[in-house]
Design a protein around this ligand. Structure first.
Ligand code: HXC
Length: 289
């Protein structure tokens, strides 16, 4: 089935070959948000490797993403648990063997459920910390040698400030959330984990900035038709709750994909160590995200 591009990217904004010859490596790539991010990058010319725990779901998502552009190379590697560094290292190495390198990384794998601290076992807290924080660290660690190689090839000239003719590379985005800004009942485990992910990104930006790597966070708010919303919102909020959001609507996965394209493009070259909140100002009203 051909995916209508208006579902995952703002048409008439981005150049079709923006990411030609680039490779993106994405954890959680079969999920609703990350697959839209990868769809947009592949549509704009990139090849991709997505990894996930579920083999069938990951391979199916890769096949689906590959339909977006003729000639696109998209690998889906299943049975990868981000809590295992070895799993991720094997996947990153395979990505490089088959696709030639890694220019962009999206650390998108996450674990979530609603639970009060009273009900939350120590192991449940640890599971979410391990998936979100350790998983993001493992993703970074497994791909860092390749990100550094790519960054070296794609540096903006420090004297003339002109973009590299080869385009961009050496960039990582961590997918976080907004629920830890103010605090959120039943989400302590996730809030603590996402605060750790944010800190990881900021430190990467400082430590590897001198080598040309940029590191940023995208913090989605309430995004319609996603697993996060299914898990968190539908059970606790009215069906028409989107009307009380500041923009009178929920976000779409396309909103997150467009933000991703911006951060990986030349236009995002001097943006690092930042959090791009894509939530229509929802968190300021205390909305879930
Ligand atoms: C309380 C729960 C629970 C629940 C699991 N646990 N679900 N506790 N309420 N609903 C407990 C288990 O009892 C166990 O503790 C511990 O968590 C680990 O559970 P396992 O099933 O053994 O672990 P695992 O297979 O690793 O599963 C990890 C998981 C699971 C996080 C618990 O939900 C998962 O795999 N999720 C992946 C997909 C996912 O969550 N996607 C959502 C992304 S959306 P005990 O003590 O019994 O051993 C998102 C949006 C965030 O992240 C932004 C907010 C809007």
């Amino acid at each position: 089935m051909v995916v209508p591009k208006s579902e995952f990217i703002s048409t008439n904004v981005w150049r079709d070959d923006l990411f030609k010859s680039k490779v993106v490596f994405c954890t959680g790539g079969a999920g609703s948000i990350c697959s839209a991010q990868v769809l947009a990058l592949v549509y704009l010319g990139a090849d991709a490797c997505i990894v996930g725990r579920n083999v069938e779901k990951t391979e199916k998502a890769a096949k689906h993403i590959s339909t977006v552009r003729s000639g696109a190379r998209v690998i889906g590697i299943g049975a990868i648990d981000v809590r295992s560094f070895d799993n991720l290292k094997n996947a990153a190495d395979r990505c490089v063997r088959e696709l030639g390198g890694i220019d962009f990384v999206i650390a998108g794998a996450a674990g979530n459920f609603l639970s009060s601290i009273n009900q939350l076992s120590v192991n449940a807290f640890k599971s979410v910390m391990d998936i979100d924080v350790l998983g993001s660290y493992n993703t970074l660690k497994a791909t860092l040698p390749y990100l550094l190689e790519s960054a070296a090839k794609h540096r903006v000239d420090p004297e003339t400030l002109t973009p590299a003719p080869t385009g961009t590379g050496g960039r990582i985005i961590f997918v976080s959330a907004t629920l830890h800004y103010a605090g959120q009942a039943f989400q302590t485990h996730v809030a603590v984990a996402k605060a750790g992910v944010d800190s990881l990104s900021n430190n990467v930006a400082i430590e590897f900035g001198p080598q040309g790597v940029t590191s940023n966070i995208i913090a989605p708010g309430p995004i319609a038709n996603t697993e996060g919303m299914e898990r968190l919102v539908s059970s606790v909020r009215r069906v028409d709750a989107f009307k009380s959001e500041p923009l009178g609507r929920y976000g779409s996965v396309r909103d997150i994909a467009d933000a991703t394209v911006y951060l990986f493009s030349d236009a995002g070259s001097y943006v690092s160590g930042q959090t791009l909140v894509v939530d229509g100002a929802s968190w300021r009203l205390g909305s879930i995200g």
